[in-house]
Design a binder for this molecule. Structure first.
Ligand SMILES: [Zn+2]
Length: 230
């Protein structure tokens, strides 16, 4: 599987439903490049880098993390870029870094999640590292000719949710933020969903990207979300 061009400066490696790998995106500035999410494993990072090489694209300068869940972060140790995450994401990853030292924890992840079992079929060990840089509210990266605004927001999916807006390209990356919280009995916090919808509505973008879906038009996403907002 190869990259798909989304806009002039943005392409992405699509999500893979069989292993629940999220999409990994790439923003090409004149000076620097930015990847969005580290991915599930060293293998996922390797596949992304190979796809970039096929297109003659350099390794990302930075990698921004949308939230701590393992399919988005457990590849961080294999990155060749500066990783950037919310402070709370790093706190969650510090917990995971301790937990994965226990083989029983890895076994339980494999038992409970068929996708994890597939992604780590060949491996007994999992390496978790924190991101190199952390921020709390907002961080803007000038990549040269294009900027990336990373910002923390309330979201039903996880408390460390970071969205990434690329205003010049009209694209908003939302990670898994619109989904329920899988770690708390799939609870959908309606207040947080409402706050997130306000953020989406107020963001100057045409395209919204959810990590495990095809790209969506902003209006189509808001229409869909309004059907689950009660
Ligand atoms: Zn998630």
């Amino acid at each position: 599987m190869g990259l798909i061009q989304l806009t002039d400066r943005i392409c992405y490696l699509p999500h893979e439903p069989e292993v629940d790998r999220p999409m990994l995106a790439y923003v090409r500035g004149d000076k620097f490049t930015l990847a969005i999410d580290a991915g599930y494993s060293a293998g996922h990072v390797g596949d992304f880098y190979a796809a970039l090489e096929d297109w003659g694209l350099p390794r990302p300068t930075f990698t921004a993390i949308t939230h701590w869940h393992y399919d988005h972060t457990f590849g961080t140790h294999a990155l060749e870029s500066i990783s950037i995450a919310h402070k709370r994401t790093n706190q969650f990853l510090a917990q995971q870094r301790e937990l994965v030292k226990d083989p029983a924890y890895i076994r339980s992840l494999k038992q409970e999640d068929v996708h994890f079992r597939r992604e780590y079929a060949e491996q007994e060990q999992v390496t978790v590292v924190l991101s190199d840089m952390e921020f709390e509210q907002e961080l803007t990266l000038d990549l040269g000719g294009v900027t990336a605004r990373l910002f923390h927001t309330a979201a039903p999916h996880s408390e460390d949710t970071v969205c990434i807006c690329i205003p010049q390209e009209g694209v908003l990356f939302l990670g898994d933020s619109t989904s329920e919280d899988f770690f708390h009995d799939c609870y959908m916090d309606q207040d947080k969903l409402g706050q997130l919808m306000d953020i989406i509505r107020g963001t100057d973008c045409q395209t919204c990207i959810l990590s495990h879906c095809e790209p969506l038009k902003k209006e189509a996403l808001l229409t869909y979300l309004s059907t689950i907002r009660n």
